[in-house]
Design a binder for this molecule. Sequence first.
Ligand code: PLP
Ligand code: ZN
Length: 412
Amino acid sequence: MARPEILKCVLCGSEYSPEPERYVCDRCGLDGTLDVLYDIDTIKKKLTKASLSKTKDMSMWRYRDIMPILNDVNIPTLSVGWTPLYENKKLASKYGIGKLYIKDDGRNPTASLKDRASAVGVVKAVEFGQNVIACASTGNAASSLSGFAAVSGLESYIFVPEKAPSAKVTQLLVYGANVVLVKGDYAQAFDLATSAINKFGWYNRNCAINPYLVEGKKTCAMEIAEQLDWDVPDRVFISVGDGCCIGGLYKGFRDLLDLGLIDRMPKITGVQAEGASPIYKAIKENSAKVMFGDADTIADSISVGAPRNWAKALRAIRKSDGTAVTVADEEILSAIPELARASGVFGEPAGVAGFAGFRKMALAGEIGLDETIAVVVTGNGLKDIESAKKSVGRAMLCAPDIEEFSKLIASY
Ligand SMILES: Cc1ncc(COP(=O)(O)O)c(C=O)c1O
Ligand SMILES: [Zn+2]
């Protein structure tokens, strides 16, 4: 556990003390998301390669010496993080690169990377004495918050677009959240949630507003580094919606650099769907700001036209010397079975978008033959069965009769 020292605006550098009601920068408004900064010199003495190699905690909390929690007792019992990082030689050789690693974050308890953030969110709510926590979400932040609120004994209010996949909405109801299906898109759900949170005084779990949540997401980067014995990959691919996950990866690698646990920053590549690509456009146009627009993609989790954490997303890409790439919905869909068949990892559309982006860049010859790549699969495929079905053929239908079966496979 580490007491955050300062919250610092990612745009103008203004500094704030970590009071419960402090979410964003006064000068920059909602655009001015805050970084959580610590006393690195003190933490450095405690958090070392040797101390980590001795810890028995096989969850993201193994990094709690550089996480913004004040007391271990509030850590939820639901295990999160330390998800597998699989090397895949088959795909590395198929796409002509050095090494490929797949980080399966769909293995988290509610089946997405968002669990890392929600786990921190509920700890902060408890620390700040709040009983109700709320968020807007394309679906996964919602299902993870409802799960973690349940184990931490908090009431949750969740605002999701009416069209969120039914598996995700069902998860919310199962965990006992108060679920609001908003007749509109994610941007409208976000605005309604923000108004309700302000009006009723609930704790805000929106990752693009609450600075502590990215501190949960950063552990994904820390795990990648530690699982590779601190020899970080050359590039990391991850899908981008609001920009919090990619911002978290950058913060994780940045903290490790500051602690002296790694010696370079991997190039972070953000992957967006063609129909929802404001971050990609800002990178390609070298623009300081992101233009908000419409969103239309099968990958519901990254169907975001107004990315609220755009400042952290642009910084992650630019400061790591990374890039952004878009993929068509067909490329996302075809990535689902390809990744599943080659690695056993079944991702939802946004979950495999990072892999689709990697594949596109590799096929275009934009990745070196000797490069080591990590791809983060951000959510499990069972979250969105309707999309998965579009990416595969049909099962054979057969009477319980061996003769019929023999004819069927002969003609298959
Ligand atoms: C499975 C999945 N992948 C990627 C993302 C994108 O994350 P962010 O909105 O932080 O950019 C999300 C966000 O909901 C998600 O659920
Ligand atoms: Zn600011």
